[in-house]
Design a protein around this ligand. Structure first.
Ligand SMILES: CC(C)(COP(=O)(O)OP(=O)(O)OC[C@H]1O[C@@H](n2cnc3c(N)ncnc32)[C@H](O)[C@@H]1OP(=O)(O)O)[C@@H](O)C(=O)NCCC(=O)NCCS
Length: 170
């Protein structure tokens, strides 16, 4: 079954909050844990409205059947001097790893970024031991630009981040 991808809507707020709790509990490779994000459904809906109205931001939801199984997003700075690049984030529910969902989500996000007319570069920070994500990013053309020592503090352990970058041909 192929993943159906669409932009998130404010009405997705409740579903997204539940999704974030689940993926946060399934991996230590994200900035969230099983508590998800500290937002009410109304706050999340407002956040999603802002993303939708922001030409420098995009959030995509991926569905298998009716189930939300993946989210990918980018967000640029409001500062016009650095608004031409955006930070990418992606997650997939663990039961769906290794089926091409993450690949499809990032490809869709790259298309959105190219069409935005604003974003020229996507970049990200990934835990240096997150082999699956690093391998996927490399496959999609991202290159390593550096290493950020002790960037993460997870379960009391400091861990390095790799900095990765994709120049969009715009
Ligand atoms: C990273 C993540 C988004 C990848 O999503 P996915 O749906 O599993 O990815 P895909 O199935 O599209 O692609 C997986 C790719 O990872 C690589 N891969 C798969 N299994 C791997 C493994 N055990 N070790 C290393 N690389 C692996 C391969 O390159 C594979 O592509 P291929 O099958 O075409 O060769 C997903 O695993 C996830 O949500 N992880 C937890 C959150 C996370 O790490 N997010 C990124 C934070 S920077």
């Amino acid at each position: 079954m192929s993943v159906k991808i669409r932009e998130t809507e404010p009405e997705d707020a409740g579903m997204l909050l539940a999704y974030l709790k689940q993926v946060g509990s399934e991996t230590d490779h994200l900035l969230i844990d099983g508590n998800g994000v500290p937002m009410t459904e109304n706050e999340e809906a407002t956040f999603l409205s802002r993303i939708k109205a922001d030409p420098g931001a995009c959030m995509l939801a991926g569905f298998l059947g009716e189930e939300l199984v993946a989210v990918a997003s980018y967000q640029a700075s409001d500062n016009q001097r650095i608004a031409h690049h955006a930070e990418l984030a992606v997650s997939v529910k663990k039961a769906c790893w290794g089926k091409g969902v993450g690949n499809a989500m990032i490809e869709a996000l790259i298309s959105e970024a190219k069409e935005s007319g604003q974003i020229r570069h996507l970049h990200l920070k990934v835990k240096a031991d997150n082999e699956r994500a690093i391998s996927l990013y490399r496959k999609l053309g991202f290159v390593e630009t550096g290493r950020y020592p002790d960037f993460f503090l997870i379960n009391g352990v400091y861990e390095d981040a790799l900095l990765m970058h994709l120049a969009l041909s715009v």
